[in-house]
Design a protein around this ligand. Structure first.
Ligand code: SF4
Length: 449
């Protein structure tokens, strides 16, 4: 089994967040979870309007999003060991016909079956290494499966084991709202394709990888570009070479943290709230703006706080605090370092002396890093066990169901991006690849949430 990022070895300690939650619910652990419903199977929430328990439990799945059908009872009733055996058997039968991809934030019981483990863009690239595989099973969230579909061969099927595994941050930039925003900005700036005396257009749209294919397509059609959490600065520099301003979506925090580090003053970064006229701003502020930040955020990373960092420093002398740039600015400023999931992994694995790390990112990755690196003390800044709700919707039961479907000749839960969206979305991704600094190693741009 090969993996990007994490080598899958037997864990010295249990990396399973699910086991930790089951222990809490059973009263065998004094730890705290944000919702004891996490101990239930995700199928209990497939027919409900929200993402279910976890960090995104207050977020509602948008109308029109694909909905997961009922998972057959046999997969709900099967034990963890039975499901693992069925997955192993189905993968053995399918052989090279299938590739299973596992995002860093997936639960351990799914990751154990992944052929590749990484962030969303690493995994999309991993799929490219298998052009002959009939199916790519993407254990992640919806926008990741879309990106894999954009980059894979037309005859390959990209499968999302549970259709309810969306991303509440990606949902916050709806294509209709973005189109409306663009029209309102055109009312302020005039012709959006016209260049000024410096050869700059009024606005270049930049979208984070964590966005729908429709948004990537919008960006591609309007001269814009995609970024990841580790190449955001390179991409903003690319955009400022072409535009007077940047419209950045959906994650305000990544946009703000990156632009601030580049020296853009906060007063030149107004927020665009899609529910308000002119985004809640005014024409003068928009005229002065350098980066217009979409009102989006990640429900996982906004749980981290300055107070948690202060407490970690009090309780763990010499602790090294690393947070993800999707965290709020105050948290990034208070941390020792910030960086993508892969940056965090490399920082831990590169530490030559036993070190205490406090990490501000999704708990499944943190717990796995702790299990894989027993020479260090590694803990999640958030003391409450609260995984990403949307990632948590992928349970081994769904993985077994889609794999056994393939064995039976049935493609379940295929994700397909229509051609009119795919072509400009691919263009926006290609611009990102071309914007990569020539001397940079691949790991510097192959990172997303
Ligand atoms: S961790 Fe945040 S950005 Fe990533 S899938 Fe979950 S909600 Fe979306």
């Amino acid at each position: 089994m090969s993996a990007i990022g994490i080598t899958l070895q037997p864990r010295p300690t249990d990396a399973s967040v699910d086991h930790a939650i089951q222990a809490i619910v059973a009263g065998a652990s004094s730890a705290e979870t944000c919702n004891t419903d996490l101990a239930s199977g995700p199928w209990d929430f497939d027919s409900r309007p929200g993402y279910g328990p976890g960090s995104s439990m207050g977020d509602v799945i948008p109308t029109g999003s694909p909905r997961q059908g009922e998972l057959p009872q046999e997969y709900r009733d099967a034990s963890e060991a039975e499901l693992a055996a069925r997955i192993v058997a189905a993968k053995a039968t399918l052989g090279d016909r299938v590739v299973v991809l596992g995002h860093f934030y997936q639960r351990e019981e799914v990751i154990l079956h992944a052929d590749y483990v990484g962030d969303s863009f690493q995994l999309a690239n991993a799929a490219l290494e298998h052009p002959d595989a009939e199916a790519i099973v993407f254990c992640g969230v919806h926008f990741m499966a879309e990106t894999a579909d954009l980059l894979s061969q037309p005859e390959q099927s990209v499968i999302l084991p549970n259709l309810a595994a969306g991303c509440s941050m990606a949902d916050m930039a709806d294509i209709d709202q973005v189109e409306e925003c663009w029209e309102q900005l055109a009312d302020v700036y005039g012709d959006m394709d016209a260049t000024d005396a410096d050869g700059l257009v009024p606005v270049v749209p930049v979208t984070y990888m964590n966005s729908s294919a429709a948004i990537k397509g919008f960006v591609g059609r309007h001269g814009g570009i995609v970024c990841t959490s580790s190449n955001a600065r390179t991409v903003l520099e690319w955009a400022f070479e072409r535009g007077r301003r940047v419209l950045f979506f959906p994650d305000q925090h990544l946009g703000r943290n990156t632009a601030k580090a580049m020296g853009v003053p906060l007063e030149q970064m107004p927020m665009w709230n899609p529910r308000k006229p002119l985004g809640g701003s005014d024409a003068q502020t928009l005229d002065d703006a350098r980066v217009i930040l979409w009102h989006g955020f990640c429900s996982v990373h906004r749980r981290f706080s300055v107070e948690q960092i202060e407490r970690a420093r009090v309780e763990h002398s010499g602790v090294r605090v690393i947070v993800h740039p999707e965290c709020p600015m105050e948290v990034v400023d208070a941390a020792d370092e910030s960086g993508s999931t892969d940056y965090i992994r490399r920082a831990i694995e590169g530490a030559t002396e036993p070190t205490t790390f406090a990490i501000g990112t999704e708990v499944n990755l943190v717990q796995r890093l702790a299990a894989d690196n027993p020479q260090h003390e590694i803990f999640c800044l958030d003391p409450v066990v609260c995984p990403c709700s949307t990632m948590y919707r992928i349970h081994p039961g769904y993985l077994a169901w889609v794999l056994e479907g393939l064995v039976a000749g049935e493609v379940r839960n295929r994700i397909t991006v229509p051609a009119d969206v795919a072509d400009p979305a691919r263009l926006a991704l290609e611009r990102m690849l071309a914007a990569k600094p020539p001397a940079a190693p691949a790991a510097d741009w192959e990172n997303a949430s």
